[in-house]
Design a protein around this ligand. Structure first.
Ligand SMILES: C[S@@+](CC[C@H](N)C(=O)[O-])C[C@H]1O[C@@H](n2cnc3c(N)ncnc32)[C@H](O)[C@@H]1O
Length: 274
């Protein structure tokens, strides 16, 4: 399936602040947010120069600013860039943003080689670019300083199947077969998704590792979320939430769990010149 940048931009222009609010929508979503924040705190040095691609309205931009990072924000959706800037000004961390760029992270000629200590691509940018993912990875590697790190999360094929099994099984059989064979949710594999306009690729953990190892050394992988998926109704209390988060943190790094979260989190380091 061919990547259609305009379709992705249209979808997220219309989505508005939904992406900001998603992280608070349920205990499961709050656990997902916390897992991503822990990953930032573990792998990004405070004070780093960070490129955040597909930053959306900026839930993670805010965390990076708290960590005293200098952040360059990139998003394909003009509306998401506008919201990101608006949030930064409202919440008082605009001085941490070096630049807001309305651009496609597959091609960022405005940014110089080796400029960033870290590139953050959370919430699926590498899932949205479909057949342009090699170009997107090349661009991230180009922009990273030697020993810089790429932090990303992508949609997970088996974890999404687990989380949305009922809805998936209600699709026509040929759509299920096509999605299963390709990992894609696109007009080609899933005509019934066309009206929703949300098209992406779901990775397996092995596939993601092989993709990243073409030029980077994988340092960390985890599922997000696996243990807590489907249990939101039981995780409202402070104690049960904290316990589930602790289990999530420990269990989802185990090799056997990597494919069982709705997303897969990964960190990969640039070694020398590609
Ligand atoms: C699901 S949202 C995630 C937002 C934020 N990173 C988060 O996790 O809360 C995905 C974002 O990636 C952006 N995006 C998708 N493809 C992109 C591309 N090729 N270049 C830049 N941004 C892209 C979308 O516009 C959207 O804002």
């Amino acid at each position: 399936m061919t990547y259609d940048a305009d379709a992705v931009a249209r979808y997220f222009d219309a989505f508005g602040l939904g992406e900001y609010e998603r992280h608070d929508a349920s205990p499961e979503q709050r656990i997902k947010f916390e897992m991503h924040v822990r990953c930032l705190r573990e792998f990004v040095q405070p004070g780093s120069r960070v490129l955040e691609v597909g930053a959306g309205p900026g839930r993670f931009t805010e965390i990076l600013a708290e960590m005293d990072c200098g952040v360059t924000v990139v998003d394909l959706s003009a509306e998401q860039v506008r919201l990101n800037e608006e949030r930064a000004r409202e919440l008082g961390y605009a001085q941490s943003i070096e630049r807001w760029l309305h651009a496609d992270f597959c091609d960022l000629p405005a940014l110089a080689d080796g400029r960033f200590d870290a590139v953050v691509a959370f919430g699926g940018p590498f899932s949205y670019v479909l057949d342009r993912r090699d170009a997107a990875l090349e661009e991230c590697v180009r922009l990273l300083a030697p020993s810089g790190v790429l932090l990303l999360s992508v949609m997970s094929k088996w974890g999404s199947t687990h989380a949305f099994l009922g809805a998936i099984q209600s699709l026509p059989a040929d759509e299920i077969r096509a999605m299963d064979a390709t990992g894609d949710v696109t007009p080609a594999t899933s005509p019934s998704s066309v009206d929703g306009g949300h098209f992406f690729h779901m990775f397996t953990a092995d596939e993601l590792r092989r993709f990243l190892e073409d030029g980077l050394r994988v340092e960390f992988m985890a599922a997000s979320n696996a243990v807590s998926t489907g249990w939101s109704d039981y995780l409202d209390g402070e104690e049960s939430f904290a316990q589930a988060l602790a289990w999530e943190d420990e269990a989802t790094r185990a090799p056997g769990a990597l494919d069982m979260g709705t997303h897969i989190l990964a960190v990969a380091r640039k070694e020398g010149v590609r």
